[in-house]
Design a protein around this ligand. Sequence first.
Ligand SMILES: Nc1ncnc2c1ncn2[C@@H]1O[C@H](COP(=O)(O)OP(=O)(O)OP(=O)(O)O)[C@@H](O)[C@H]1O
Length: 293
Amino acid sequence: MNAIETRSLTKQYGGARGISDVNLSVAEGEVFGFIGPNGAGKSTTIRTLLGLISPTSGSAFIFGKSCAEHPDTRREVGYLPSEVFYYDRMRVGELLQYSASFYKKDCKQRIAQLAEVMDLDLKKRIDDLSFGNKKKVGIVQGLLHEPKLIILDEPTSGLDPLMQQRFFELIAEENRKGATVFFSSHILSEVQRLCDRVAFIKDGKIIKQEKVSILQENSYKKFALEAKAPIGQNLQHLEGVSGFTAKDKVASFMFKGNLNAMMKEIAGMELSNISITEPDLEEIFLHYYEKEE
Ligand SMILES: Nc1ncnc2c1ncn2[C@@H]1O[C@H](COP(=O)(O)OP(=O)(O)OP(=O)(O)O)[C@@H](O)[C@H]1O
């Protein structure tokens, strides 16, 4: 059974596009990245999964149950929204106990553990907390009931690098214990670090789904050349070359295709330097987006 499945999921806000025909399936135990620029439709997809909004058409399932028909499935889900709002007068501990009461489970020990890992003072009033500390409250709130599915919407904004690291370790540990993770972000490096698979969304549509390892291995290599004489445009016309830029004796481009053909071409040049590197997800992502423009 998949932890998440959407079939032709579509949401229109009045006449305006939210998401269109989104098909996703996330296996139990997977860490799945959901990547797209602002306004692409990430939050809309998540809010539909949580049953917070109804789709215009199509359907969404969590652990095989329809999100629209079984709102109680929410109990299996830990959700960290991109922005958190609280009743400011409450103390952190009180708020978290109040959240825990929703799950009819004793979460005291778990709250204490999570607060320690995230370095969060349970005695403080919410309105005395910084943005980053409020975010930590959201993290503890999302994880306190040991959910089987963790849905994260831009989870690290506002956290300093040390806290981001702790947060990633926490999520990786939950995943090792069996939780499925759905991780929405526009920061590619963090998705690359944590996720098994990734879906790219643009203008409300999924444009690509791929294993992170395959994206990195089977995809484009990044070439940077420095020659002893000015580099012409010949390489640009080879099959598989994209993003070619050449200025005097220096050239760079992305390449996907027959590496031997490329090396033969380069062998004819008098080089002073060469580097062939794996592009990071950011570059791969930009490439997909360029192609779709
Ligand atoms: N309540 C709403 N009413 C009208 N349009 C909306 C509403 N919520 C979202 N939209 C529109 O739906 C589209 C998708 O927005 P959504 O918030 O899902 O994107 P996102 O990928 O989460 O972006 P961000 O990273 O900025 O949060 C956008 O064009 C947005 O303007």
